[in-house]
Design a protein around this ligand. Structure first.
Ligand code: GLC
Ligand code: CA
Length: 623
């Protein structure tokens, strides 16, 4: 017990997933093995070594189940079969094996708020009002307005514009769908339905050896059961935002606790839930407190939603934000678990958002692109929680070019919002929506991965028509080029991810304190080893900090989030260095590019840290 570097988390007592690096694969766009322009599981298997070398511990695979692809597989028609273009169940078995052979793990995407309309359960449910599965979905009679016109049971607006209800001619009732009409919501109030979910989807895959799930829309299983109109907040629309009707409903904690007990805990499976519309720590903690036995961790979206005009109608009306706002959000969600038994996640990309380097960094020139992508990397790897990367983030993949028109956008949400704007006939609204889509659309993260500089970027063979267009910049931005370049974004990620592990007590488990909260250029914070960890280390010998007494071990992270040169903070005073105490540069994004700013260099008494280049990031430590 005298070594900090335990395989099994911190000091052997933390679960393995806390210091794990997760990597999300969007399978349609990762690697195509058979030349049909659509990524597949054999393609992913052929790239497992690439992920292993990057430092990935867990692959999160977005949905690959049988699906009519109304929402890229988030509409499942059979949980036990694989969508043929992705491969077969045997291919998933081979993927599990490929991960496990390398000491990695695999989690799947569990989409059980809704199914596809093509799922057998829904076909049965809609077949008649007295079918035993009728109540596995949410059916309600029509209402009629003063003119006798049929109208939906409530006035709710769905996520993809339009109402949350679709009329079924056959049984003369409406069914509920928070997303597309092709994605009817399951009725978690039905115990038989819940049991089927646990057995048919979760146990089936856990029995085959997968290690857990990313759980889609996890806080929408329990709806308010009154089914009443939402207040009118968008007078120009027939459909009103109503998340309070279906998020964090009255039985949500009961359902999730049951799901864990019945289907996750028996397998020791890890769970990370997608927790939208839940922006208060007091609402989030009950989901992630260890004692509550619900979810291991969740994705909270305040940061990644920055710039959106809101969740519903105005989502793509882009709203600029300040660095001060962003920092306050990060600080809030970094610190909310301190002193609790909860856990959190770190991420700045996923398949539902634009690329981080284009949104939070600066992709306007090659120099700023590279510098900002590395600084975003340093930001992510120094934050507390389980780290999630999204495919292509590690090579600084950026948003689709601004010159691409709406025809290159394939996502159901982008198209729905664009059509809604187009239907308004207002040129200003159309232009505004298009502008928002250029920054925020879900499409940007879904274009083919740029593997090399061959035609189609090595995603698939030359001459093949890819399902989404390959980025024009693939000759400059691709993995092969960056593997060879020690100064590339990819090489930086590799080093940074290893550093995160070496100093996990600071970076993964440390406390977070924001500095210079109002500065509009510098994002700086202190990471500190929590007291209880120090105490437990005092009893161990030969740890990596032997040279200095293990007290008040600190790192200060200083990131220039601007495109101009800035003064550095007074590093020594932030770290509390008095007299001859030293501050050491542990890592910097430009360490070997700039004279006099070499990793391991020391700031002694009186020494001042050199000023920061545009988008430069550094970490100094007091040990
Ligand atoms: C989640 C997914 C998103 C999908 C939606 C409906 O938000 O991340 O891609 O459209 O759920 O399943
Ligand atoms: Ca393929």
């Amino acid at each position: 017990m005298n070594n900090l570097h335990h395989e099994n988390g911190q000091f052997g007592k933390e679960p393995w997933w806390k210091d794990a690096t997760f990597y999300q694969v969007y399978p349609a766009s990762f690697k195509d093995s058979n030349g049909d322009g659509w990524g597949d599981i054999p393609g992913l298997i052929s790239k497992i070594d690439y992920l292993h070398e990057l430092g990935v511990d867990v692959v999160w695979l977005s949905p690959v189940f049988e699906s009519p692809q109304a929402d890229m597989g988030y509409d499942v028609s059979n949980y036990q079969e694989i969508y043929a273009p992705y491969g077969t169940v045997n291919d998933v078995d081979a993927l599990v094996e490929a991960c496990h052979n390398r000491g990695m793990k695999l989690i799947l995407d569990l989409v059980v708020n809704h199914t596809s309309i093509e799922h057998g359960w829904f076909k049965e449910s809609r077949s008649s009002k007295d079918n035993p599965k009728r109540d596995w979905y949410i059916w309600k009679p029509a209402r009629y307005d003063a003119q006798g016109q049929r109208i939906p049971p409530t006035n709710w607006r769905g996520y993809f514009a339009g109402p949350t209800w679709t009329w079924d001619e056959h049984t003369q009732e409406y069914y509920l769908h928070l997303y597309a009409p092709e994605q009817p919501d399951l009725n978690w109030e039905s115990e038989a339905c819940r049991e089927a979910i646990y057995d048919n989807t979760m146990r089936f895959w856990l029995e085959r050896g997968v290690d857990g799930f990313r759980i889609d829309t996890v806080n929408k299983y329990s709806k308010r059961t009154e089914y009443v109109d939402a207040p009118i907040t968008d007078p120009n629309s027939a459909h009103q935002p109503a998340p309070e009707m279906w998020c964090n409903g009255p039985r949500i904690h009961e359902f999730i606790h049951e799901m864990r007990n019945k289907a996750l805990a028996p397998y020791g499976a890890v769970s990370v839930g997608e927790l939208s519309n839940t922006p208060h720590p007091s609402q989030v903690l009950p989901y992630v407190s260890a004692a509550a036995q619900e979810l291991d961790m969740v994705f909270e979206f305040s940061m990644i939603r920055l710039g959106t005009g809101g969740m519903f109608g105005p989502k793509y009306a882009y709203v600029p934000y300040t660095l001060q706002t962003m920092k306050a959000i990060v600080a809030k969600w970094q610190t909310f678990i301190e002193g609790t038994d909860g856990w959190t996640t770190v991420f700045c990309e996923n398949h539902d958002n634009g690329r981080a380097v284009s949104r939070f960094g600066d992709d306007s020139t090659p120099e700023l692109w590279r510098a900002s992508a590395k600084t975003l990397a340093l930001w992510q790897i120094t934050m507390t929680g389980s780290l999630f990367l999204y495919q292509g983030q590690e090579i600084g993949m950026k948003n689709m070019p601004a010159t691409w028109g709406i025809d290159e956008y394939k996502d159901v949400e982008s198209i729905s919002f664009y059509n809604e704007a187009a239907a308004s006939g207002e040129p200003k609204k159309i232009a505004q929506t298009m502008e928002g889509l250029r920054i925020l659309a879900r499409d940007h993260s879904r274009i083919p991965f740029q593997w090399d500089d061959s035609p189609n970027a090595g995603f698939t063979d030359e001459g093949v028509k890819t399902w989404m267009r390959v980025h024009d910049a693939y000759k400059d931005i691709n993995a092969t080029k960056q593997v060879k370049d020690p100064n590339s974004i990819l090489s930086f990620y590799k080093r940074a991810l290893r550093l995160r592990k070496t100093y996990k007590d600071l970076f993964v488990f440390g406390s977070f304190r924001l500095l210079e909260a109002e500065d509009e250029a510098i994002f700086a914070y202190v990471k500190e080893v929590p007291r209880e960890v120090l105490d437990s280390q005092l009893q161990t010998n030969g740890n990596i900090y032997q040279k200095r007494p293990p007290k008040k071990r600190m790192a200060v992270v200083i990131l220039n989030f601007s495109s101009s040169k800035r003064d550095c903070l007074d590093v020594r005073s932030v770290l509390g260095c008095g007299g001859e105490d030293e501050a050491k540069l542990l890592v910097g994004t430009r360490y070997n590019e700039i004279h006099g700013n070499v990793e391991g260099s020391i700031l002694r008494n009186g020494a001042v840290a050199p000023s920061l280049e545009p988008w430069e990031g550094r970490v100094y430590v007091n040990f």
